[in-house]
Design a protein around this ligand. Structure first.
Ligand code: CA
Length: 456
C-alpha cells in the first residue's frame, strides 16, 4: 500500500512524543527479560513483544493535522494499572473513569452494547420510556395539522425529554484526555453508544466498529428546512472542544437498523441516527485515517453553525484513506475548517439514496486530492460537491468512475446560480501528510485495508 497505517516506532520529535517512545522502548525491554539487544536472534522464536500492541502505538510524525505540535500519543504512556481489557458496558464505564485525564489504554474485547443495565441486561426503548411517553400520543399531540408550527411543548414532550435523558445516561460515554480506546483483535464492536470527547486533548480511537447509535426518542422540529424534520441526539463519535485526536481503522455505521427502514411521520423519515463523526465547537488537530463510514445518512460534520465564529482558525482536520460507502451526505460537510481530504474512496451503490459527498460551507478551506468516486450512472460529477455560502475548494488528482476529473471546474460550470462559484484559493497548503498516492491506487488499498479489524 502507499501509506500504511503506522506500525513502526515514529521519530521522536517533541517532549510528549519522545516520552512516549521511551515508554515503548522500556516496555519492549521489560517484556524481553534476558534478551541481549546487541545479539541478533535469528534462530530464536519471535518474542511476544514483536506483535504490534495497537494500544501502545502513537500517531506517526507528519500523519495529518493531529501530528501538529506535540502530536497525538493517546494513552500510550499508561502505567500497567491503567491498561484495561473490557468486555461489557460496566467495565468500559469503569475504565473510562468519568472522562479522567489519567493516561489509560482501554481494549474492547468482543461486542459491548451500551444499551444495557449495570447487571448487563439488555435495555430497549420501552425500558427507557417514562412519565407516560407514548409515540402514538406524541404524534397525536404534535401533528402539524392541529398543533401547527410551534415547538413541541406539554406533557408528551416533557415525557419524551425525561425518557431521552434515561437513554442518554446509558449510551453517552465520555472519553477523557490522554486515552487510547482500541479494539482487541479483529472483531471488537461497540453498539448503541455515543462516544464523546469534550474539552480534552490527546485521544486515540482505533480498530473498533462503532455501530447503531440509535435514538429511541427523536424530537419533532417543526421548522427545520421549512418542512420540519425529526432530530436525533446521538453521533457515534462526537468531538467537541477536542484537540489532537486520531481516529484510525474505525468502522462506523447504522448496521442492522437503517433509517430508510424507519416509518414516515408528518411526511418526514423518522430518523434514528445523527452523525457518525461530528467535529465541532473549537475542536482542532484531528486525523481520521483508514476508517470506513457506511450505510448512513449524515456521515461527518465539521463545524455545526455558520455563526460559530469561535471555530475560525480551528477545525483543522485531515481525512485520508477512508471509505465512504452508501453515505447519503456529509463526507464531510465543512464550516471554517482547513480540511485535507486525500486518497479517500467514495462508493455510491446502485439504488442507494444520495445527495452529495463534500459539503462546502461558510469559510471552509478544503483541499481535496486524489480521491476516487464510484457512482451509478444517474449521479454526475456536479453532484459530488455542494456549497452553502462556501467560497473556496482546491482540488487535484481526483477520479470519477475511473476518469480524471476537475471537481471545481465542473461544479462551477453546472452550478445552478443559487450559489456563487467556488475559487481554488484556499490560502493554505497541507504539509502534514504521508504519501499522496494516485486515486486509483489508493482506492484499491482502502477497499482492502480500511476499517476495524484490519489494523496491524
Ligand atoms: Ca450531531
Amino acid at each position: 500500500m502507499t501509506a500504511p497505517s503506522p506500525l513502526t516506532t515514529p521519530r521522536p520529535r517533541t517532549g510528549r512524543r519522545a516520552a512516549a517512545a521511551l515508554v515503548l522502548l522500556v516496555g519492549c525491554l521489560a517484556l524481553q527479560p534476558g534478551a541481549e539487544a546487541a545479539t541478533p536472534a535469528a534462530t530464536q522464536a519471535v518474542p511476544a513483544a514483536a506483535v504490534p500492541d495497537l494500544g501502545r502505538e502513537i500517531l506517526a510524525a507528519d500523519d495529518g493535522w493531529a501530528a501538529e505540535g506535540a502530536g497525538t500519543t493517546g494513552g500510550s504512556a499508561a502505567d500497567d494499572a491503567h491498561v484495561f481489557t473490557v468486555r461489557n458496558r460496566a467495565q468500559l464505564v469503569a475504565a473510562l473513569d468519568g472522562g479522567s485525564s489519567v493516561p489509560k489504554i482501554i481494549r474492547i474485547a468482543g461486542t459491548i452494547d451500551a444499551n444495557t443495565d449495570d447487571q448487563g441486561r439488555a435495555l430497549d426503548c420501552d425500558d427507557y420510556a417514562t412519565d407516560g411517553y407514548d409515540l402514538p400520543a406524541y404524534l397525536a399531540a404534535y401533528d402539524p395539522r392541529t398543533w401547527g408550527g410551534a415547538k413541541p411543548s406539554g406533557p408528551q414532550e416533557d415525557a419524551r425529554k425525561a425518557s431521552a435523558a434515561r437513554q442518554a445516561e446509558r449510551v453517552e460515554l465520555r472519553i477523557g484526555a490522554n486515552t487510547t480506546l482500541v479494539g482487541l483483535g479483529r472483531s471488537a464492536v461497540l453498539k448503541g453508544a455515543s462516544l464523546q470527547v469534550r474539552d480534552a486533548d490527546n485521544v486515540i480511537v482505533r480498530n473498533v466498529e462503532l455501530r447503531d447509535a440509535y435514538d429511541c426518542f427523536p424530537v419533532w422540529q417543526p421548522n427545520t428546512g421549512g418542512l420540519g424534520d425529526w432530530k436525533t441526539a446521538y453521533d457515534t463519535l462526537w468531538l467537541r472542544g477536542a484537540t489532537h485526536v486520531w481516529v484510525d481503522h474505525v468502522t462506523a455505521s447504522d448496521k442492522g437498523r437503517p433509517d430508510e427502514k424507519e416509518p414516515t411521520y408528518f411526511g418526514r423519515n423518522y430518523l434514528r441516527h445523527d452523525g457518525l463523526l461530528d467535529i465541532t465547537n473549537g475542536s482542532d488537530l484531528v486525523t481520521v485515517s483508514w476508517s470506513r463510514f457506511q450505510d448512513h445518512d449524515k456521515a461527518i460534520l465539521i463545524g455545526n453553525g455558520d455563526t460559530v465564529t469561535t471555530d475560525r482558525d480551528k477545525l483543522r482536520v485531515t481525512l485520508h484513506h477512508n471509505e465512504f460507502d452508501a453515505v447519503v451526505q456529509r463526507a464531510p460537510r465543512v464550516r471554517f475548517g482547513q480540511v485535507h481530504l486525500y486518497n479517500n474512496r467514495y462508493v455510491v451503490p446502485e439504488d442507494a439514496a444520495y445527495r452529495y459527498s463534500v459539503g462546502v460551507s461558510t469559510e471552509s478551506r478544503i483541499v481535496a486530492e486524489n480521491n476516487s468516486f464510484t457512482t451509478p450512472g444517474h449521479i454526475e460529477v456536479a453532484d459530488l460537491l455542494k456549497s452553502w455560502n462556501g467560497s473556496a475548494l482546491a482540488q487535484s488528482g481526483n477520479e470519477f468512475n475511473g476518469f480524471p476529473v476537475d471537481l471545481l471546474a465542473i461544479y462551477n460550470a453546472y452550478n445552478s446560480g443559487s450559489e456563487r462559484d467556488l475559487t481554488a484559493d484556499v490560502g493554505w497548503t497541507p504539509t502534514l501528510h504521508g504519501t499522496v498516492g494516485s486515486a486509483a491506487g489508493a482506492a484499491t488499498d482502502v477497499a482492502r485495508d480500511a476499517g476495524a479489524g484490519r489494523a496491524g
